[in-house]
Design a protein around this ligand. Structure first.
Ligand SMILES: *[C@@H]1O[C@H](CO)[C@@H](O)[C@H](O)[C@H]1NC(C)=O
Length: 651
């Protein structure tokens, strides 16, 4: 059941596996024949190796990971370049041009990948029990730096044939925290003592395609700490790796460290198309079903409420209002009909509202299209950063939706300064995002982290923004303005009506906070996995689930807003424009609170900068989520209000 949700890679379908029944039913509308997904994105085609071929080992940044000696909590989110000088790792020789950066996608760079080549000399099929890499002298100051990184549980991240090293691939299926990918920088004995890993036992699993060609299907590297005698020459490989004494780095003087490794090539039954399974299938899928059911319950509950209110009450209201008119009754109006002369009065800050709604549409479309592509299996984990690249591309492309919707909403709200609004719309939200990212970047630079976005990439992002995104916004706005104005179904009175005193739970802040809970409840279980995959760098691959949860989120936001709006109108409170935005958007407030909870339960940062980064990113995510959900609420409510006021007769 649901194998579709668990098996993301396009290679899978090529292996002839059919999506599960549920997946098939759900996506049949999106996809005519599921097996047509079987094509490769660039960089995902297999590499064939012959005996003796050189196999590249690439090194990515060092990242902290949770481990059992930190009670499974993460101690830092600052990453470092592999060739950051204090580590003293062996570099490719100067004749070969020194460390060279590998070309990466925009998304991979933005999300922190920094991949370089390495001096490891691996040849396909050639076992070797001991090879020397180089010797480095680690001074006291750097030893201190490395030792505290070992205490924080930093890991080396290697890639062989695009496959990350999986330290412990075969974890029990029932754990919710996926096992770490990566090679520990060192071993922690206690808070004062740690050993530095300078020997790597590399095992590469391969699958023969035919007599000569082979493919790499699995990589594990087991690190160990070996104090090699300093007088032993690097050529003495028969004795170099024999030491059983662990290597500690002295914080009071220089330490000579010898880096060594061994290589084993092991034939394997795993085929190339399934080689990612070991990395991906390490979570209990049941918990995702549970999260989905949880979300469903929220939706069913809300839909029940809506059905009750709208179908019964509203119907009765409309029938009564219209019957009264027919009788020419002089009886006073009551309920939501009373505010018909005020309900379409444009709100304060109409410009800001239309800009936010425009940007919300942009985010919404980006999310939908990315999720469709991701759940169809277009994102392969071998294509590093493809998710982020895709999101950036779609975000930029849908700038036209932002312009279009801003223009239409602003025109509907009788806005007078169209040009200024469009201009502001193209820059307001992106500027906020950019400013936050820029500030966080300063912290990253200050802590020498490789996670800092390089200047060239920042320039590229600004270029994308000014040269592609902004013109698209203007183009969208042009088409939005050419559309006829969306007229209100009832006339607005000259003089605003007095809003009567509201009961406590209908006052702005309580009603918004109550409304925001439900969308949050619908998604919070899935949110836990998303946060895990972001901060613990796990592969997130259950995009089918995520897509369903997203649909549920949209439905919930819309329903909650309509319900809250109806109660307000019945209480003769007609300030619904902004409130509809905030009612659905308030779920982001809970998401931020949840991030804080996650911070205190799953993370245990040793540095202030990590905390700043964490809350900065959490704020940014919540902010964007606010705009997106707010927009969903706004449009749902607009549709609802227009619908009910156009169905009653007003004299
Ligand atoms: C290399 O080592 C592995 C595991 O020890 C063994 O299965 C394989 O046959 C060896 N290959 C060669 C060429 O000796």
């Amino acid at each position: 059941m649901g194998s579709f949700f668990l098996r993301p890679s396009p290679a899978k379908s090529r292996q002839g596996r059919r999506p599960g029944l549920t997946g098939l039913l759900l996506f049949v509308a999106l996809l005519l024949t599921p097996s047509t997904v079987a094509f490769y994105l660039p960089g995902v085609a297999p590499n064939d190796y012959r005996l003796g071929d050189k196999v590249e080992l690439d090194v990515n940044h060092l990242t902290a990971q949770a481990s059992s000696n930190t009670d499974h909590r993460l101690k830092s989110i600052i990453s470092y370049d592999y060739y950051f000088p204090p580590f003293h790792f062996c570099r490719p020789s100067a004749e070969e041009g020194g460390p060279q950066s590998k070309a990466e996608s925009l998304g991979a760079i933005l999300f922190g990948d920094r991949i370089f080549n390495s001096p490891f000399d691996l040849h396909f099929g050639r076992n070797s029990s001991c090879q020397a890499l180089c010797r480095s002298v680690v001074p006291a100051q750097d030893a201190k730096f490395i030792n505290s990184r070992i205490q924080d549980n930093y890991m080396l991240n290697w890639l062989i044939d695009g496959l990350p090293d999986g330290g412990q691939q075969h974890a029990p299926k029932t754990v919710t925290i996926a096992p770490s990918v990566g090679i520990a920088l060192g071993r922690v004995v206690n808070e004062q003592t740690s050993y530095f890993h300078n020997h790597y036992q590399i095992q590469i699993h391969y699958h023969p395609v035919d007599d000569t060609r082979n493919r790499i299907v699995g990589v594990t590297a087991t690190p160990s700490s070996k104090q090699t005698p300093a007088d032993l020459p690097l050529e003495a490989t028969d004795r170099l790796c024999d030491s059983v004494e662990p290597q500690a780095l002295s914080e009071s003087g220089d330490t000579l460290v010898t880096f060594t490794y061994s290589v084993e090539w092991i034939p394997s039954d795993i085929t190339w198309g399934t080689r990612w399974d070991a990395y991906l299938f390490n979570m209990d899928p049941q918990i995702h079903w549970f999260s989905l059911i949880n979300s469903m319950v929220v939706v069913i509950f809300l839909t029940g409420m809506i059905a009750m209110v709208l179908v019964r009450t509203l119907h009765r209201d409309i029938a009564r209002y219209n019957a009264m008119d027919a009788q020419e009754d002089l009886q006073e109006d009551f309920g939501w009909k009373l505010v018909h002369g005020d309900v379409f009065r444009p709100p304060a800050y109409a410009r800001l509202l239309s800009i936010l709604v425009g940007n919300g549409c942009q985010l919404f479309y980006m999310a939908v299209v990315t999720l469709v592509f991701a759940s169809l299996g277009f994102l392969s984990p071998s294509n590093r950063g493809s998710l982020a690249t895709m999101m950036v591309c779609f975000y930029v492309l849908f700038s036209c939706a932002a312009g279009y919707n801003t223009a239409r909403v602003y025109k509907m709200l009788n806005g007078a300064q169209l040009k200024r609004t469009i201009l502001l719309g193209a820059f307001l939200v992106p500027s906020i995002v950019f400013a936050i990212v820029f500030c966080l970047n300063l912290f990253l630079i200050g802590s020498h982290s490789s996670g800092a976005v390089p200047g060239g990439t920042l320039v590229a992002v600004i270029g994308l923004w000014f040269l592609v995104s902004a013109p698209l916004t203007f183009a969208g706005a042009y088409f939005g303005l050419r559309k006829p104005k969306l007229e209100a179904p009832v006339r607005t009175n000259q003089i605003p009506r007095q809003v009567p005193d509201q009961s406590f739970y209908l006052r702005p802040v309580p009603s918004v906070l109550i409304g925001g809970i439900l969308p949050f409840v619908a998604i919070f279980l899935e949110l836990y996995f998303i946060l895990n995959s972001i901060w613990f760098q796990k592969f997130y691959y259950l995009f089918g689930f995520l897509f369903l949860v997203f649909i549920i989120l949209v439905i919930t936001c819309a329903e909650v807003t309509v319900l809250v709006c109806y109660f307000h109108l019945c209480a003769e409170d007609y300030h619904w424009w902004w409130r509809s935005f905030f009612t659905a958007g308030a779920s982001s407030f809970y998401i931020f609170l949840y991030s804080a909870l996650y911070y205190s339960s799953r993370l245990k940062f040793t540095s202030f900068v990590s905390s700043v980064l964490y809350f900065g990113w959490s704020f940014l995510m919540s902010f964007l989520f606010f705009i997106m959900t707010g927009t969903i609420g706004f449009y749902a409510c607009l549709f609802f209000v227009r619908k009910i006021y156009s169905s009653i007769k007003i004299d």
